[in-house]
Design a protein around this ligand. Structure first.
Ligand code: ADP
Ligand code: ADP
Ligand code: ZN
Length: 215
């Protein structure tokens, strides 16, 4: 199964991706997590990506497209994958489509987690993430069991550098301009599925499973 997760920053893509990846045994590939890992390792890619991420801008397509092309050829992607945060531009979507078509493959679906803008600021400023495994928490809606450490791996959860009110607004503008056209794009490809992302984390997951299993 090959799935793309779509939705604004803070929609719940990372949260749902963990559950989808576990249930359907496909790797969860998050471009944001890959960039953040490269930043902690201070690789050339990380140093370049950080300049854009700190401002809430997209990392340029040429860096991002090659990174994902390479990742998708790895052994664990043979039976499918779940893309979280990729594609984010029409050029990225076209590149993914061409890479799939070259192998006579296609996506099973692009799943939009639909959340109106007024929900997002609260979700993102309350977000805490595990720097080690990428798990996403929320101080009100989904805190770690002991309030401090990741339930999965025990590391202390932190606030992301780009989850401040000013950067969030910029990221939402970037989403509207550069990423939201992908909703129409995937509708045109007959691959779009939509779930209501304003419901509880469990209820969103239920909707997602129903939609996936009805394909
Ligand atoms: P994304 O990967 O789309 O940016 P996350 O999965 O990191 O989003 O979720 C953003 C924040 O909102 C996190 O703090 C997460 O715990 C919280 N969250 C995710 N889904 C829901 C939901 N359905 N209801 C309330 N809070 C949620
Ligand atoms: P969120 O889900 O909260 O928007 P991500 O972790 O997906 O956050 O992305 C964080 C940042 O990483 C983005 O604001 C952007 O700078 C960069 N990024 C992630 N994925 C992409 C992509 N596909 N293309 C360009 N930049 C990306
Ligand atoms: Zn963790």
């Amino acid at each position: 199964m090959k799935i793309v997760l779509l939705g604004p920053p803070g929609a719940g893509k990372g949260t749902q991706a963990k559950s989808i990846s576990n249930k359907y045994s496909i790797p969860h590939i998050s471009t944001g997590d890959i960039f953040r890992y490269n930043i902690t390792q201070m690789t050339p890619l990380g140093i370049e990506a950080k300049k854009y991420m700190d401002k809430g801008q997209l990392v340029p397509d040429d860096l991002t497209i090659d990174l994902i092309k390479d990742r998708l050829t790895q052994e664990d992607c043979k039976n499918g994958y779940l893309l979280d945060g990729y594609p984010r531009t029409v050029a990225q979507a076209e590149s993914l489509k061409n890479a799939l078509e070259a192998n006579n493959e296609k996506l099973d679906c692009a799943l939009l987690i639909d959340v109106p803008r007024e929900f997002i600021l609260d979700r993102m400023t309350g977000r805490r993430v595990c720097p080690s495994c990428g798990a996403s928490y929320h101080i009100k809606y989904n805190p770690p069991k002991n309030g401090v450490n990741c339930d999965e791996c025990g590391n202390e959860v932190i606030q992301r550098a780009d989850d401040t009110a000013s950067t969030v607004n910029n990221r939402l503008d970037v989403y509207e301009k550069q990423t939201s056209p992908l909703v129409e794009y995937y509708k045109g490809e007959n691959q779009l599925l939509v779930v209501d992302g304003t419901q509880s984390i469990n209820d969103v997951f239920k909707q997602i499973c129903e939609k996936i299993e009805a394909i």
